[in-house]
Structure formats: C-alpha cells, structure tokens
Design a protein around this ligand. Sequence first.
Ligand code: NAP
Length: 245
Amino acid sequence: MGLLDGKVAFVTGAGRGIGRAIVEAFTAEGAIIAAAARTTKEITALCADINASGGRAVPITMDIRSEESIKEAISKAQSELGPIDVLVNNAAIIALGKIHEMATQTWDDVMSTNVRGVFLTCREVLPQMMERRTGRIINVGSTAGRRGYDEQGAYCASKHALAGLSKVLAIETKKYGIRVQMLSPGGVLTGLSSDLRASRGEAEDSPDWMTTEEIARAAVYLCSQDGAAFTDELVLRRYASEPWR
Ligand SMILES: NC(=O)c1ccc[n+]([C@@H]2O[C@H](COP(=O)([O-])OP(=O)(O)OC[C@H]3O[C@@H](n4cnc5c(N)ncnc54)[C@H](OP(=O)(O)O)[C@@H]3O)[C@@H](O)[C@H]2O)c1
C-alpha cells in the first residue's frame, strides 16, 4: 500500500526537472496526478507513460502567469479527478543578471511566475480544501529564499516572497486541517540551473549537485507527516556546499 493511495495531487511544472520527479515518486506511492505545465508535449508524454504502466495521470496545460489559465486548469483537474488532496507549487523560472542591469520585464516575469502564480493557484484550490477540512500544500522554495546569491536578484526576491506567503498560508489554513510545507533545495541538476553551472565552470552533470530524485524523495517524506510531528520547511543543501549556511 502506497503513502498516497488514491490521493489526487496537482503538480505544477510537472513536465521536467523536479516537478517531473515528484510526479513519478508520487505515482509510485499510489497518487492520482494532475500534471500541469505550458509545454503540452512533455506533460502528455509523461502522463501517457504513467497511464500505460497502470497509474493514473492527466496532463493539464497551464500558464501560471495567467489567472484565467489557472482557473481553467484547476477546474479541469477537479472535474476529471475529483477534489485536490495535495497541491505542489513547483513551477518557477530563474533569470541571471546584476540588479542594475536587469530589465523590468525580466523582474516581472520572475515575480509573476514564482510568486503571483503560487498565490493565484493556492487561492483557486483553497476553497475546496477548506470545505473538506483537509489538504496539503507543498511550495517548492530554494536556499535562494534564505540567503542572497550573486546575479539572482529577482529569483532570490521571489523565493523570499514565497517563504513569506507560505508562512501566512500555514497560519491561515491550520484551523481547516490544511498542512502547508516548504521544500527548499540548493543546487539541483535540472535545466533551470544549467546556466548557473556553466557560469561557474562546473560540469553539466556535476556529481556535487543534487538529483531530482533526491528532491522528490523529500517531497514524499513531507507527505508522510500526518501526525503530531511536522516540518514547516525542509532545506536540502548540497553536501559539497558549506555546512549550516
Ligand atoms: N534546479 C535547481 O537548482 C533548483 C534549486 C532550488 C530550487 N529549485 C526550484 O525547484 C522548482 C523546479 O525547478 P526545476 O529546476 O525543476 O526547473 P525546470 O527543470 O526548469 O522545470 C520548470 C518547470 O516549470 C514549468 N513552468 C515554468 N514556467 C511556467 C509557467 N509560466 N506556467 C506553468 N509552468 C511553468 C516548466 O514547464 P513549461 O516551460 O513547459 O511551462 C517546467 O515544467 C522551482 O520552484 C525552482 O525554483 C530548483
């Protein structure tokens, strides 16, 4: 019996990277998946694989910068799969560059994807969770939500904002039995961090960087917390990085 047997999980940014690994790990635990992202081809192929091997997954094309798109996506997931038990706000983008050289549009894109998109998605999902007095929300943050990194002004600002949003969300939803958690990794081997590795002269497949599977295992662990013990934020740093930073 899986930890998430029959639970409906809505995962944003599900087409690749960490989101995809979370979908696969949740599927292995028996979850029913709504896999959301903009690139229909990626989520369709992922869901086809899951459905072909006995799981259940529905691809949902969604752009979290658009309020209308989010409303349609949540409505589609709920009508096809039933109420959402677990929401994983994972989709995000990064833009590297010094603050004094950053275009306004770059700042707006990062903030509207990484913060506004999470706010809008939560606002859309919360009413049914509050009504059912149950639910779990995992916001994928970053160590960039705890400290500053050179050339990551908008990204760090967005992840700090996400931490603030997560704290208030946890306070406001506790009385409805909703469990809000943050999963905050450092460097993970995905497309998002590929330019960062290149700018530091590190290998694309550096063994010092975490794998998506390691992050997905942590997401499953957070879902195992149904009792008295609870983790508000789970921070995963690279073992190769400096301890306690
Ligand atoms: N990789 C790292 O080193 C690292 C470290 C710490 C935290 N994180 C966090 O982990 C999460 C996942 O990152 P990742 O590294 O897996 O990134 P990734 O490989 O670039 O994947 C990002 C996913 O988000 C989706 N996405 C981006 N913009 C979107 C939009 N407007 N609407 C809907 N979906 C959108 C992408 O799909 P489409 O482009 O098809 O929409 C893709 O599926 C993010 O929150 C990131 O901040 C990553």
